[in-house]
Ligand binder design. Structure first.
Ligand code: NAI
Length: 342
């Protein structure tokens, strides 16, 4: 019997509660030792507590330092700031880990097993943007400032390199654009090369590639890569590209890991178009839960969960509509539980 592990649970908006119920049922079947503190955020936070990121939710994560989170709705343009971005800043979740592995064979790209590690707090995403007025056009010029620090790059690169060693990755590729953005992305590249020479040489192969060439190579021959590590904006784009290689966002989990906490989530959003209809595919959140099990050092349980997903899809042939199947969220979940218990 494993020691109980306190963790914060945020079901989220739209399909969030449906895929979270499915994931909790599967974790229960596995006997995962999480003791959940159920909290709200996003639109549900506004409805229930008048705040998209209530203090009670932040306090809970401060205590547990561990959370499983459903998608949170963010209004585009106006409205409140993204609760996801605020969570990253609040808990200094500097590393975004996005694995992409083929689960359903026979697609356009087979046997993909790649991981993207993205810097989550710096770069062009810090939000220092403004317009300059010329004559009567208040938005005549748009400007953005990016900030990358050596310390910020180093801790992310260290996380990525340690993860590569711990998970037996053979090759790590630093993705940059130091030929054009010589300072902003040059600092990241230099820091990575030096860190490798100082601490990691011989533990894996290190390669570097320019972002545009990387995008082309990923489409032509993704198997040449093993782990990609990069700055915030490039990582955001590449991790979606890589998710596309393995069947889209419905299969893509993500972990936001930092000094003060780790938050696990599906990469997709709240899918308002199918919310409440029982159609959602819960696999991305289940895979996020598997990453959470790895994080709390329960790798056997994580493997059992991933194997059950694989068998349910490929042996039992139970799939939700987005994967070309007929199963509802509940039917897929029941099939998963039968696999785990059987
Ligand atoms: P989305 O990912 O919610 O939906 C895009 C399309 O994919 C929709 O057709 C949807 O039905 C489908 N889809 C997504 N997840 C699915 C699943 N598990 N099973 C079956 N189909 C699925 O992206 P969208 O519509 O741009 O965003 C909706 C809301 O979600 C927005 O408020 C956005 O801000 C938020 N969002 C939140 C994220 C998070 O909390 N991490 C990430 C991305 C978006």
């Amino acid at each position: 019997m494993s020691t109980p592990i306190a963790a914060t649970l945020i079901p989220g908006d739209g399909i969030g509660p449906e895929i979270m119920d499915a994931t909790l049922a599967v974790l229960d079947a596995l006997g995962a030792p999480f003791v959940w503190e159920r909290q709200v955020a996003g639109l549900e936070g506004v409805k229930v507590a008048g705040d998209p990121l209530p203090n009670a939710t932040l306090d809970s994560i401060r205590r547990t330092r561990l959370a499983l989170k459903g998608p949170l709705e963010t209004p585009s343009g106006g409205g409140y700031r993204s609760s996801n971005v605020r969570l990253r800043e609040e808990f200094q979740l500097y590393a975004n880990l996005r694995p992409a592995r083929t689960i359903i064979p026979g697609g356009r790209f087979d046997n993909i097993d790649l991981v993207v590690v993205r810097e989550n707090l710096e770069g062009l995403y810090i939000g220092h943007e403004h317009y300059v007025k010329i004559d009567d056009d208040p938005h005549a010029v748009a400007m953005a400032t990016g900030i990358n620090t050596r310390a910020g790059g180093r801790r992310l690169l260290e996380f990525a390199f340690d993860h590569a060693v711990a998970t037996g990755r053979k090759k790590v590729t630093i993705v940059h654009k130091a030929n054009i953005m010589k300072a902003l992305t040059g600092i990241f590249l230099d820091t990575g090369l030096k860190l490798y020479e100082d601490k990691y040489k011989g533990k894996f192969e290190l390669d570097t590639v320019i972002i545009d060439a990387c995008a082309m190579k990923l489409v032509l021959n993704p198997w040449q890569f093993d782990m990609l590590v990069t700055t915030n904006l490039f990582g955001d784009i590449l991790s979606d590209l890589v998710a596309g290689l393995v069947g889209g966002l419905g299969m893509a989990p993500g972990a936001n890991i930092g000094a003060d906490a780790a938050i696990f989530e599906a990469v997709h959003g709240s899918a308002p178009d199918i919310a409440g209809k029982g159609l959602a595919n819960p696999i991305a959140l289940m895979l996020a839960a598997a990453m959470m099990l790895d994080h709390v050092k329960l790798p056997a349980m994580a493997t059992q969960l991933r194997t059950a997903i694989d068998k349910t899809l490929n042996v039992d042939g139970v799939r939700t509509g987005d994967l070309g199947g007929q199963a509802s969220t509940a039917e897929f979940t029941q099939a998963m539980i039968r696999r785990i218990q059987g």
